[in-house]
Write a protein that binds this ligand. Structure first.
Ligand SMILES: [Zn+2]
Length: 309
């Protein structure tokens, strides 16, 4: 079958007659109206973006947390998470402990406290937390005799007992102190703080969305121009320097907001800026700026708390 005569805007290979629809904003981020799509991205690039860029954006970024807030199904803060970590923001005995937030299909959200051990040398220090999988002698050795330990999280007494036994192995001098009452608020919700960073994969994903928009508004011929080859390499093949491509702005980035001084856009604003001098495309993003990096979440179950000193 004859091709369309066009090339893919990302890998520049000739497009077949039939190509999948590339959504300007991935549908997994929510349903947007109008639902803008492109017909100039090949199936291979489309599939690569879905599995390599969007997947991480959904599960390990602030965008993932925003999805949960809007009731979309998902989870953030899993064991391997590096770029979005919801931690408990209150309660002297468990502040800073890592959690995992989940929503199910009906939008109900809940927070699970990951099994972990916290330690501090004295009352005036913050607890330093260590996930069960990372519990090792080197970590325990940082805390001399007289330090305080806390065990939180997991699914019940079995998880708690297992952690006690593991801690005994790496820290044989402790004395078991008993079980604490968790500082529940009346509604069973706890304040979480979202610790977040934007990494290279997320930067590529943001560039891809912006580049899609550019192709949509300026056309296929413009987008396949050689001048954008560096950007293409960065988005599609993870090549080249990340610096100077994506900027996360803490300040208003659209003219109206700058003029009026009133902020109406806290998230999801991408601007694309051409820079003819060095032939690059620059993307500004306010994806990463949320005025309230904390939120209240319902605890899935009572987190077990042991203390050891
Ligand atoms: Zn392609």
């Amino acid at each position: 079958m004859a091709g369309s005569g066009n090339n893919c805007i990302y890998c520049r290979t000739p497009l077949p007659a039939k190509v999948p629809r590339e959504h300007l904003i991935p549908q997994s981020f929510g349903v947007f109206k109008p639902d803008l799509t492109l017909r100039c991205v090949c199936g291979e690039c489309n599939g690569h973006f879905g599995s390599k860029l969007e997947f991480q954006m959904l599960h390990d970024s602030l965008e993932g947390a925003r999805r949960l807030e809007f009731g979309l199904k998902g989870r953030i803060g899993s064991l391997g998470a590096r770029n979005i970590m919801p931690v408990i923001a209150e309660g002297d005995d468990w502040k800073g402990a890592r959690t995992q937030m989940r929503t199910v299909r009906d939008g109900k959200e809940s927070t699970y406290v990951l099994p972990q051990v916290g330690a501090r040398r004295n009352d005036s220090d913050d607890f330093e937390w260590c996930l069960e999988k990372d519990l090792a002698k080197e970590w325990a050795d940082k805390f001399p005799k007289g330090s305080q330990f806390r065990i939180v999280g997991g699914n019940g007494p079995e998880d708690n007992n297992r952690l006690v036994e593991k801690l005994k192995v790496v820290c044989p001098t402790f004395v078991y102190g008993g079980v604490m009452n968790p500082p529940f608020s009346e509604d069973g919700r706890v304040l979480l703080h979202l610790e977040t960073t934007i990494n290279r994969t997320q930067a590529r994903c943001l560039c891809k969305i912006a580049f899609n928009y550019m192709a949509f508004t300026c056309g296929h011929t413009f987008a396949t121009s050689r001048e954008f080859d560096d950007m293409r390499q960065f988005i599609r093949y993870d090549a080249g320097d990340e610096a100077g491509r994506v900027f996360v702005k803490e300040k208003p980035i659209i003219a109206q907001e700058i003029v009026t001084g009133q902020r109406g856009t806290d998230d999801h604003v991408l601007t694309v800026e051409g820079r003819p001098a060095d032939r690059t495309l620059q993307v500004s993003s306010s994806f990463g700026t949320v005025k309230r990096p904390s939120l209240k979440s319902k605890l899935m179950r009572e987190p077990f708390l042991s203390f050891i000193s």
